[in-house]
Structure formats: C-alpha cells, structure tokens
Design a protein around this ligand. Structure first.
Ligand code: PBG
Length: 325
C-alpha cells in the first residue's frame, strides 16, 4: 500500500501519544466533595460508597491538608444534620454555630489557601428531605429562595469562598448575589448547579446524608433527563443572575449536555461526577469486572474532554495520587 496519511504514526509510542494528547487532567481540575458529621475522631464508611467516608471536623481538616498537598485546590462541603435539628424551614442551616459554619471556619483556619465551596440547599436540614420548604405537599419556590439567600450569607460570614446552590429553585442565583452584595461579601463566588437533572444516580449521596425525599421525588424542581435545550436556558439565566461558575450534573450520562453548555457560555463549566457514578465503578471493580484505576482516569478525562473545566468527583484524591505516580 502507498498511503499518504497513516493515522497510526501518532499512536505508536507512549512518548508520541503524550505529545499529541488533547486532554490532560490535573489535580487542580478537581473539586473534592466532603461529608462532615458531628463528633471527634469519627470516620464512618458510607455503605453505598465504598472507600468514601463521613468524617468529623478534626479528621476532615487533616484530609483537607492532604488534598491540598496533592495539588487539589478546592473542596465542596456537605454536612449531615442531626435528626433532632431538622425542620421544614431549614432553621439549622442559618445557625452561625452550626456544623457547616464550624466546618468552614476550621478548614479555612487550618488551610487558608484552599477554595472552600459550600452546598446550599435545604435537603440535609429538611424533615422532608426536600431541597425547599414544603407546603401542602409542594416545594414552594419563593420562600425557599429567601432562606437560601440567608444561608449563603451565613456561609460567607463563616469564610466560604464559593457558594454552591444545588436546589434548582427559580431566581435563587440573583437573590443570593444580591444578599451577598448587600452584606458586603463582594469577593464571594457562586457556582450554580444550573443544569441539575432529577437523577437516580444521586442514590448513594442520599444514604450518605440520610437526605432521601420523604415523599415524592425531585422532578418538580430538578430537570427532566429527556431535555437538552432546557439546560442551556437554565445556564444562561444563571449567568445573567450572577453565577461565576455553572454546573452540569450528573456527568457521565450527560456528556452531551456538558458540551452543549460549554459551547454556549463564557464562564467556567463544572461537572459533578456523582455518587452513583462512583458507586458503579467501585462495584464493578470489586467484582473484578473493571480495572478501577483505568476506569477513573478514562471517566475523568472523558468529562473534561466533553467540556468540563472543573470536575467535582469522589475520585479526586485517588486520581491525584495516580497522577503523581
Ligand atoms: C442536594 C444534593 C444532592 C447532590 C448534591 N447536592 C442530591 C439531591 O439532589 O438529591 C448529589 C450528589 C451526588 O449524588 O454525588 N441538594
């Protein structure tokens, strides 16, 4: 054969492949989610997220230092609220001495340079396990947004760098931005969960925080997985309302959405590689059906290739360790 173009030339050795690789993941691409519980010295494995833990503040601080040492620049905090503190209005979410607020302070004082992001939604604090206030079996938008704005200010007061509203209420980004401005927090960022789908892949996360909805599902506020154009609409609105970073969630089953959003916006795009996606890889690896390390690198690279600038992933630490080898 006399071929003019031989594509295999650029695939023939690890060196050549490294030279022409289009997508390279790095530890600073990752946002490490952390689950925090009350107590000291507490480290509980989450049964549906093997190898992932709920930790008390002291152990979380040690973990954060380790993550920072591995080159990870950001953590995303979730707390497990005690049952007796839950109500319908998320009262505990505004407690200046609540678990979230204490966690933010402890992390920022031990590791001041790391970017602390905080989840803003009512579900961990809600007796109903919903992201908003419930009235007559409905999740009511406007009263919820008021609480979310106050919650965001409370996180900013504790030292959060970036507020991450995951609730999908309408108008919350503008309300949060205005509340932050009014309170003088002009350097606090907002990472909006803009295209967050009503997904079965959040199951293990809800085990982790004991936050599964007590009735119904989240389809009246989270997006229908049948929709793509709507993701762009949601995202553009959040940017208009003041989002600094936008997010698509989940990631692996939504790579088309990540690309669509990436092409439509001029702000950084993040993607959330969620708990169910973590659990699937873990389960298959445990059965000996997948090589876990290879599955991690391929998944995270695919998410970045699709257009994610940042990836929230429970594999952040493991991937950073693999990359350092
Ligand atoms: C709650 C929230 C959820 C996740 C992040 N924030 C669950 C939900 O919406 O029910 C899911 C994260 C994951 O599955 O890893 N507002």
């Amino acid at each position: 054969m006399h071929l003019i173009r031989r594509n295999r030339i650029l695939r023939q050795s690890p060196a050549i492949r490294a030279m022409v690789a289009e997508t390279i993941i790095k530890p600073s691409d990752f946002i490490a989610p952390l689950f925090i519980v009350e107590g000291t010295g507490v480290k509980e494995e989450i049964s549906s997220m093997q190898g992932y833990y709920r930790m008390s503040i002291d152990l979380t601080v040690a973990e954060v230092k380790e993550l920072w040492g591995l080159g990870i620049k950001s953590v995303l905090l979730f707390i497990k609220c005690k049952d007796e503190l839950k109500d319908n209005k998320g009262t505990e979410a505004l407690n200046p001495d609540g678990l979230m607020q204490r966690s933010i302070k402890a992390i920022k004082s031990a590791c001041p340079d790391i970017v602390v992001m905080t989840d803003v939604a009512l579900d961990p604090f809600s007796i109903y396990g919903h992201d908003g206030i419930v009235e007559n079996n409905e999740i009511v938008n406007d009263p919820t947004v008021e609480v979310l704005a106050q919650m965001s200010v409370s996180h900013a007061q504790a030292g959060a760098d970036i507020i991450a509203p995951s609730d999908m209420m309408d108008g919350r980004i503008l309300a949060i931005r205005e509340a932050l401005e009014t309170s003088g927090f002009t350097k606090t960022g907002i990472m909006a969960y803009s295209a967050k789908y009503a997904s079965c892949f959040y199951g293990p996360f809800r085990d982790a925080l004991d936050s599964a909805p007590g009735f119904g599902d989240k389809k009246s506020y989270q997006m229908d997985y049948a929709n793509r154009r709507e993701a762009v609409k949601e995202t553009l609105m959040d940017i208009e309302e003041g989002a600094d970073i936008v997010m698509v969630k989940p990631a692996m089953a939504y790579l088309d959405i990540i690309r669509e959003v990436k092409d439509a916006v001029d702000v950084p795009v993040s993607a959330y590689h969620v708990s169910g996606e973590y659990a699937m890889i873990k389960a298959a690896a445990n059965m000996g059906w997948l090589d876990e390390n290879k599955a991690i690198m391929e998944s995270l690279t695919s998410i970045k290739r699709a257009g994610a600038d940042l990836i929230a992933t429970y594999f952040a630490k493991k991937a950073a360790i693999l990359m350092a080898q």
